[in-house]
Design a binder for this molecule. Structure first.
Ligand SMILES: Cc1cc2nc3c(=O)[nH]c(=O)nc-3n(C[C@H](O)[C@H](O)[C@H](O)COP(=O)(O)OP(=O)(O)OC[C@H]3O[C@@H](n4cnc5c(N)ncnc54)[C@H](O)[C@@H]3O)c2cc1C
Length: 341
């Protein structure tokens, strides 16, 4: 176990941060032993790939960075497979691997950074697909009692960028393994989001399959989103806010170019990036921290010594400015660690 571990390179926003204690267990058994030994003495925080967190300068207690590896085929029939993936597996490597096996279902979720263990926490989603569409269940260890528990998909209580682990029991579990159900390649592909269908149609007919769709999604994402390796960021910094029809109609009347999507519930999801841009924050980066010049929804860090305080100050000002103009309060997507700060 390391002491005073520098976490600057363990978070994609590259915020300066240090863990009081840090361990990277290779197996769930090692993690259980650490939890049993330390849970009563100090707080324990789980850190995966660090692509969806705002890390404070000091993280008190023990930071656990699971390194569990493994991909197991649990069952297969004529139409589907079930695979178990260890928490430390890199999500996008798993997507590429699953497609190479001839399994369909994860292609729309290509190029999302992070590890498999974090994927259920905010129910990762992109281009019309969410983890909830493919997850069968998962195994997790309680961070207080060190007991293991199997969760069904229903128990994960998934919602838009949300789950039991994010809202109801934040910081209480370490997810060790997820189980996904994927299709053998004869399901219709999900192309109905943004400009995906248009790009897909331009592929040679022989490449119009799940692998081809992955390539389209990777190309669209790479063109749109800054790569954290070149420009530190945590992806979308705010959720797209959902408003009632009456509020949508009033806003649409005042702002005819308002970008919004109808939901099955009859409510409207507003494009947070559009709201932020209208509030004057696109490309505004006081002190090197602010909203990206091409993607107003992405908070970027150009500074070499930025801290969570700087990020929080910018995020707060963006929220206030959007609220003042539109009466809509933006909710932050990346989680602040440690919790409660
Ligand atoms: C450029 C970029 C693009 C992105 N695009 C998308 C996108 O399209 N869709 C999307 O949904 N997200 C997106 N994200 C956000 C991020 O990639 C996902 O939320 C991802 O699942 C985070 O994984 P991680 O391993 O980095 O988690 P971390 O950032 O390390 O952790 C996130 C949260 O999960 C908890 N956690 C981590 N591992 C575990 C575990 N094993 N058990 C329990 N809790 C755990 C942490 O305590 C923390 O609260 C993007 C991020 C970036 C930087």
């Amino acid at each position: 176990m390391a002491q005073h571990q520098d976490l600057t390179h363990f978070n994609t926003l590259r915020l300066q941060s240090r863990a009081q204690y840090f361990a990277a267990p290779d197996t769930p058994a090692e993690a259980i032993a650490l939890i049993k030994q330390y849970a009563s003495q100090m707080p324990i925080t789980v850190l995966g790939g660090g692509s969806n967190v705002v890390l404070a300068a000091e993280l008190p207690g023990l930071v656990l960075h699971p390194q569990f590896k493994g991909r197991r085929l649990l069952r297969q029939d004529d139409t589907q497979v079930e695979v178990a993936l260890a928490a430390g597996e890199v999500w996008d490597q798993v997507v590429a691997w699953s497609l190479a096996q001839g399994w369909q279902g994860l292609e729309n979720l290509s190029l999302i950074p992070g590890h498999c263990g974090a994927a259920p926490v905010q129910n990762i989603g992109a281009y019309g697909v969410e983890l909830a569409d493919v997850l069968v269940g998962l195994t997790a260890i309680n961070l207080t009692t060190a007991e293991e528990k199997q969760f069904s998909a229903a128990e994960c209580d998934f919602a838009y960028r949300d789950s039991y682990f994010k809202s109801q029991a934040p910081g209480q579990w370490l997810i060790t393994e997820i189980v996904l159900r994927l299709n053998l390649q004869h399901q219709p592909l999900k192309l109905g989001y943004g400009d995906v269908a248009e790009h897909f149609a331009q592929l040679p007919v022989g490449k119009q399959n799940a692998q081809g769709l992955r390539e389209v999604i990777c190309a669209i994402r790479s063109a749109k989103l800054p790569d954290p390796a070149n420009l530190p960021n945590a992806g979308s910094f705010f959720k797209n806010p959902v408003v009632k029809t009456s509020q949508y109609q009033a806003l649409k009347q005042q702002y005819p170019t308002l970008v919004a999507y109808t939901l099955a519930s009859g409510e409207y999801k507003l494009a947070a990036g559009w709201l932020i841009e209208q509030a004057g924050w696109k490309g505004h980066q006081p002190g090197g921290v602010g909203m990206h010049s091409q993607q107003a929804l992405v908070l970027v860090n150009h500074s070499h010594n930025a801290t969570a305080e700087q990020v929080n100050a910018v995020a707060e000002q963006v929220r206030r400015d959007v609220f003042t103009q539109f009466g809509v309060w933006l909710e932050q997507e990346p989680l602040a660690l440690p919790r409660g700060l």
